[in-house]
Design a protein around this ligand. Sequence first.
Ligand code: GLN
Length: 195
Amino acid sequence: MIKIGVLAMQGAVREHVRSLQAEDTEIVIIKKVEQLQEIDGLVFPGGESTTMRRLINQYGFFEPLQSFGRSGKPIFGTCAGLILMAREIAGQDSHLGLMNIKVQRNAFGRQRESFETTLEVQGVAEDVRAVFIRAPLIEEVGEQVEVLSTYNGEIVAARQGQYLTCSFHPELTDDFRLHQFFVTMVKEANEQRIK
Ligand code: GLN
């Protein structure tokens, strides 16, 4: 049995819980720092990254999240979650700085320009459903970062070792394949650890 947490500071928490359901997998809603010790992988939902960062500081999550990331346990960040993970954010200071990527916020227009599309995501499927809401794009990727998907030539999903990230919201669709890909990453990382 593995345990995957969903950081419940803000955003679409319940939708992630639904998409992560899998065999031998327990989903834990993370509201307290101590809970990080019991999980094997973690999801950062979308929402608003500035607000999420403020709550992360307020509840003492900043350092613990950085150490969780560096421990080798997988993290999956969607949309605002991607922004939290980036080492660089155009025009402002970064947050957790875990992934070697530079992001640009709100790169696909405003709320009313939200859209749904189908994307090819390497290693997952050719037709992953994706909802973009004031989404960021990945402007630059550094060493060890694998580009998993592009939309109109812009990078919208990437992986760096145990870190998986995307600009869009797979949890707002009935397509669970990207989440299930992450569940597999967590199971594999867990097997490596107990070997
Ligand atoms: N635009 C938001 C931000 O910058 C992210 C939007 C989202 O998560 N849907 O934090």
